[in-house]
Design a protein around this ligand. Structure first.
Ligand code: WTA
Length: 646
């Protein structure tokens, strides 16, 4: 933790949407009278029926219920597209930068409107209507945005599955929401290689049944469309009408489901609804990035994650912004790609993940300095804590000391930014998420007592005391799980699963997850998921998975594996298990290290002591703490003796 702070320049502050005084005033208003504050800010959206009720929420464990703008009616696609046509129909809505550095495309709001209307009609022709679920398994192409907005237009609920997930993981998510349609592409080019998306859908359908599929012709590869089951995107779009009136939706109708990992069980379907989510995504996009009309904004996330939902598509388009969508990876064709794209498209706001910064930092500064980055105004990070070294490199080498860095802490569950410095209002500190966004009331709790710690500095678990419009409403099909996961450990609060520190100035620093969720390259992963993939292998009896510090990925996946009686512990089997997990979940869950563990440390009641396994993986076994409750303490010595070499 460094004491140095970085204040925005006077010029920046002068032009900022929100300066320090305005932040203080708006923040106070937002928590003192949420009804008045959000009742005013909801006017940034076009409502079909203006809400008269603003906030109706309860965090009471016995009655968790979250409703915002509950009697309002609105359509998200109309807000992201139609209402801009009169004033900015010819303005670029989406800049698409392909995996191939020689290919890009500008899509105006008029063009976006035409595509979304047509696709909405295609959906209808396939029997998809209001309330039906549509799974998207897509490359980063404009059609992914069309597919989202077309769902919103007719009131269908999308559930995007990241294209890096395996057929098995895809099948589970298709069945989980009982999808009526899958939208995919023939292939997804990334980093010069093509992921066979349609072939993956074919494999998934062996598990989840014959769900009809719309296939976008991205590369034109022959992927074998089955009659009556698979539909060509080009063929259906060619005949579709470009007029599809937006469906009036209640503010609390679901907009999308997005599966995310928790500390226990299978991934859960996070449900976001219509009015509150869109308002929160739009306001945070404008305020956090200090977005001004005419700016070119680029978020490097994938639409398969929440960051892509809120900050590539919904927030920017609701604001009539120009949003850049990138199909490729930061290191293809070389490590200068991000900066080449910034120069080429004159990017003003750039938003990425610490893992990407760390990876590029290792490649040397010349990859950055050879490009003209003078259009950059604001830099953002998201997904995991950023180490000060990476922060400083981002600030000095990329931002040339001129671009405020917004370190945005939030989650799939929160819909939008929860804590972040505002670029024109706050002097930033490397590694600090700093201040709550409007309407967000963070508290630091004593982890054992569950009581609020009032004084600063302090450290504890991070909870939120009251609702904000972007909050998730439930777990799809399982409200009890929603209540149990987020509202039962600390009664009366939303429990985020993260720990934090509040410094003497009252600024917040996120210290990382306090549960069994790990963060690998900014991708959230439940250790339980990797464990259940491992034990699904016929030769594996038991597995325990923990995170360990990884220079680039933030955290790596460390697996302790016990084999079935009589099985042989070989290197070949380690490779087989690694590949097995990749097919069960996807390459992002690939184990970084597998350690054979003929015995696991357990309490006498048979509970695996993960705390000890974490310490061994972190190479911190000098401080194992109390091991006296172990059934067989010698197991620990054996694990230490055979731990991963440094
Ligand atoms: C972590 C991503 C520190 C945190 C938007 C959270 C962060 C989880 C930050 C959510 C940040 C996200 N600083 N940690 N700026 N942003 N996290 O659902 O542990 O994929 O709980 O949402 O990422 O991950 P998710």
């Amino acid at each position: 933790m460094s004491d140095k702070t970085y204040a925005p320049s006077d010029d920046f502050v002068k032009n900022a949407n929100v300066d320090a005084a305005k932040y203080d005033e708006m923040y106070a208003a937002s928590v003192n009278d949420p009804d008045a504050f959000w009742g005013e800010h909801m006017k940034r959206l076009d409502w079909i029926k203006t809400p008269t009720k603003i906030k109706n929420t309860s965090f009471d464990y016995h009655n968790v219920s979250i409703k915002w703008f509950e009697d309002g009616e609105i359509n998200v696609a109309a807000n992201c597209v139609d209402r801009h046509l009169a004033t900015r129909g010819d303005q670029t809505a989406i800049i698409w930068e392909s995996d191939d550095p020689n290919v890009d495309k500008h899509i105006t709001y008029n063009e976006l409107s035409e595509q979304v209307n047509k696709l909405a009609n295609v959906y209808k022709s396939l029997g998809v209507g209001k309330g039906d679920r549509v799974v998207l398994y897509m490359p980063m192409i404009p059609e992914a945005a069309y597919a989202m907005l077309a769902c919103a237009r007719i009131g269908a609920i999308h559930s995007i599955v990241f294209a890096g997930f395996s057929p098995e993981a895809l099948a589970a998510r298709v069945s989980g929401c009982d999808a009526k349609l899958i939208v995919t592409a023939d292939q997804a080019p990334r980093g010069g290689r093509a992921t066979p998306l349609k072939a993956n859908v074919d494999k998934a359908r062996e598990h989840c049944g014959e769900v009809q599929t719309l296939v976008v012709e991205r590369t034109g590869a022959d992927v074998g469309l089955k009659d009556g089951l698979d539909h060509s995107y080009n063929a259906l779009m060619a005949n579709a009408s470009a007029d599809c009136p937006p469906e009036p939706m209640n503010a609390e109708d679901p907009l999308f489901i997005l599966y995310t990992s928790g500390s226990t069980g299978a991934p859960k379907g996070v449900v976001h609804t219509t009015g509150g989510y869109l308002l929160y995504a739009a306001l945070t996009h404008e305020v956090t990035f200090d977005y001004h009309d005419g700016d070119i904004y680029w978020c490097t996330a994938d639409v398969g994650w929440v960051t892509g939902h809120s900050y590539i598509v919904y927030g920017p388009l609701a604001n009539g912004a120009t949003t850049l969508m990138f199909e490729g990876v930061p290191t293809y064709p070389d490590a200068g790609r991000f900066w080449a794209v910034c120069e080429k498209h004159k990017v003003n706001q750039f938003y990425t993940a610490p893992t990407a910064i760390r990876a590029l930092m290792g490649q040397g500064t010349e990859w950055v300095t050879k490009y003209d980055l003078s259009d950059l105004k604001v830099l953002g990070t998201v997904g995991e804590p950023i180490n000060p070294e990476a922060w400083n490199w981002y600030n000095d080498v990329v931002g040339k000391g001129n671009c405020p860095i917004v370190d945005t802490w939030w989650q799939t569950e929160t819909g939008g930014h929860m804590m972040t410095p505002l670029p024109g209002a706050h002097a930033t500190k490397p590694g600090a998420a700093m201040k709550p966004f409007f309407g967000v009331q963070p508290v630091v709790l004593d982890p054992q007592a569950g009581t609020e710690i009032a004084e600063s500095p302090c450290e504890g678990v991070l909870c939120i005391a009251d609702s904000w419009p972007g909050q998730m409403r439930t777990v799809y099909g399982d409200h009890e799980r929603f209540v149990k996961t987020y509202f039962s450990d600390y009664k009366g609060y939303y429990f985020a699963g993260d720990g934090c520190r509040r410094d003497a100035d009252g600024d917040y620093w996120i210290t990382g997850r306090v549960d069994d969720v790990i963060n690998v390259s900014g991708h959230r992963m439940g250790t339980a998921e990797v464990e259940s993939a491992l034990v699904a292998h016929a030769k594996v009896a038991e597995a325990a998975v923990v995170g360990f510090p990884h220079e680039i990925k933030g955290q790596g996946i460390y697996c302790y594996v016990t084999l079935m009686e009589g099985e042989e512990y070989t290197d070949d089997l380690k490779t087989e298990l690694r590949n097995w997990v990749r097919t069960e979940i996807g390459p992002i869950a690939s184990p970084d290290y597998i350690q054979w563990a003929p015995g696991l440390p357990k309490t006498r009641s048979g509970k695996i002591m993960r705390r000890i396994l974490r310490k061994i993986a972190e190479n911190d076994y000098g401080a194992l703490g109390d091991t006296s409750t172990l059934a067989d303490p010698s197991v620990v010595d054996e694990l230490i003796a055979n731990r991963k070499p440094d």
